[in-house]
Design a protein around this ligand. Sequence first.
Ligand code: ADP
Ligand code: AMP
Length: 218
Amino acid sequence: MATYIILLGPPGAGKGTQAELISEKLGLVHVSSGDLFRENRKMKTELGQLAQSYMNRGELVPDDVTIAMVKERLSRPDCVKGALLDGFPRTPAQADALATMLGDLSGRVNSVPYISVPSEVLIERLSGRWTCRAEGHVYHSKYNPPKTAGKCDIEGSELYQREDDTPATVENRIRVYFAQTSPLIEYYRQRGLLAEIDGMRPIDQVAVDLLAAIEKSR
Ligand code: ADP
Ligand code: AMP
């Protein structure tokens, strides 16, 4: 049966950073809904243009379009063994839709590690985040700096600050997270799938804790 793992946590908790570190070890493709929207925006697709205004305001893109986008991604051949989901689901309606989708794909959610980080830390994490233009690898000016300032260690490409990492948008994204996404903590706790991970530890330690929690659920 295919394995699906959901990384849950507020914006800036370290979901993308951890997904990059552990997806290969787990043998699962990293599927980030935020990355899918950014790719669509870059390619100027209809979906990208629709998503743009929501992303710029730090709002969630409507459930129906988000669900359709993720469903299409999970149906591709590289997801036959499952996926490591980052940024999806973000609402209870998305979580219900995912359960239906996985039923159709003969899979199920195995575990939901919730990376917890206090909200006052998130602003510092997001305002110091630098992202690789080519492949989206993530750095932090203080906590995970690149070897050469402004350049991705892996791709050599330029690092940029995301438009939605500005203080006003970050504040709204955190508000939106508490209002619309945090109910998923209880949603998955009630289903016996939640594993709380301390996201305040150094990046490599969080990865060790995550792998241990996921292993336990397999
Ligand atoms: P998310 O995908 O949850 O929004 P990211 O993985 O992009 O979060 O991380 C947000 C920022 O915090 C990045 O700049 C990243 O380098 C940094 N970061 C991630 N994990 C840690 C950690 N454990 N300690 C300190 N900084 C971290
Ligand atoms: P992220 O890269 O996860 O920080 O997401 C960036 C932005 O993309 C979010 O602020 C939303 O506007 C949009 N987005 C990403 N994932 C979702 C989702 N599951 N549901 C709705 N909007 C999303």
